[in-house]
Ligand binder design. Structure first.
Ligand code: COI
Length: 355
């Protein structure tokens, strides 16, 4: 039943809300979803009228190409509520551009900008009550596109579905993480699609991460596929290393995801006069710094993970603990970033987007 229509989005409201059943103080990341979702189909060479419908299961033909060839891309975003109840997104244009860049690499059609922004803002307005104010509370937003065309022919599909679902979130990691530097497996290679937020990039890491977990590490840090000598990114976030007072992170490439949190942190660090280098970083440089007591911090940066400090790492059977810092850079940049996201600090970069 059609209830209302925004300028371009057909709205079918849920009859009841699940919100009263949710314990917002004890959320597990990505388990609970809001009352509505955004759906738009690509058929006959064009995106059809987008809809917002009650959140719920969908049915697909078992031969839909996403199930066989993994033609699927996604994004991770968050909405934040300030103390006045105003809701903000953080640099959503970056996510919009990146999902289309990912889609292009997987031979999927570009999604129209006004559908993306109108769909997203209409959805957030409908599910506004699910966005809780307070530092660390947010609504995790997952836009994704899948190939729905029924047929197991191994070529790009001509039918797709673009969907946005939202999940109330707190921290992704409950504490500091420990990571294993990967020596054997690779996330991506030159000319591959490591830069794309493609589902397959994540599926491919589950097995090496499972092996790392058996050794007591929560995450892996990928090294380059050719030599395994250079540090690239972690499974769920980009990575920064602090040697002495210098901050170093790997440059993006066709193997490394162009993270929004990563590039925001680099911009903040540059503006605040931190010594930051974006350059290839060798594993041996980190090991040498750890051995001579100069490796002060490692931390991850990502939308879900925000800024996640690393407490220890493993490499070639050796275990390295990172020293405790009085004023860690990780905490400094996390606060600087969140102050902007939660509308507590002046937004000199123009990153906040009011919903
Ligand atoms: C995000 O940070 O939004 C991501 O997409 C990482 C995901 C694996 C949770």
């Amino acid at each position: 039943m059609k209830n209302t229509t925004s300028q371009t989005v057909e709205i079918h409201k849920a009859k009841t809300s699940k919100i009263d059943q949710v314990d917002f103080e004890n959320l597990t990341f990505g388990k609970i979803f809001t009352d509505h979702m955004f759906v738009c189909d690509y058929v006959d060479g064009k995106w059809q009228t987008p809809k917002i419908t009650p959140y719920g299961p969908m049915s697909f033909d078992p031969s839909a190409r996403v199930f066989h060839y993994g033609q699927a891309v996604f994004e991770g975003m968050k909405a934040y509520k300030d103390d006045n109840g105003d809701v903000f997104l953080f640099r959503p244009d970056e996510n919009y551009n990146r999902i289309n860049k990912s889609a292009e690499r997987l031979a999927m059609p570009e999604f129209p900008e006004h559908y993306f922004f109108e769909g997203l803002t209409t959805l957030l307005q409908l599910d506004n009550d699910w966005i809780k104010p307070g530092y660390g509370n947010s609504l995790y937003i997952r836009p994704f596109v899948i190939a729905t065309q029924p047929s197991v022919s191994a070529s790009e599909a001509n039918e797709y579905r673009f969907i946005i679902i939202c999940s109330p979130a707190q921290a992704y990691y409950s504490g500091d993480v420990s990571v294993l530097i990967e020596e054997k497996y690779s996330r991506s290679a030159n000319g591959g699609f490591g830069y794309a937020k493609a589902a397959g990039n994540y599926a491919g890491q589950f097995y090496p991460t499972k092996l790392a977990k058996e050794k007591g590490y929560q995450q892996i840090i990928w090294t380059d596929a050719n030599t395994h000598e250079y540090l690239e990114e972690a499974g769920t976030m980009n990575v920064f290393f602090r040697i002495g007072d210098k901050l170093i992170t790997a440059p993006v490439s066709d193997r490394i995801l162009d993270g929004v949190t990563r590039k925001s942190l680099i911009a903040l660090a540059e503006k605040q006069g931190y010594d930051i280098e974006v350059r290839p970083i060798k594993v041996e440089e980190i090991i040498a710094a750890a051995k001579n007591g100069n490796l002060n911090e490692i931390f991850g940066a990502g939308t879900a993970a925000v800024i996640s400090p690393v407490k220890a790492f493993g490499y070639k059977g050796e275990h390295y603990e990172l020293p405790k810092q009085d004023n860690p850079y990780a905490a400094h940049f996390k606060k600087a970033l969140m102050d902007i996201q939660y509308n507590k600090a002046e937004d000199t970069f123009g990153w906040r987007y009011k919903v």
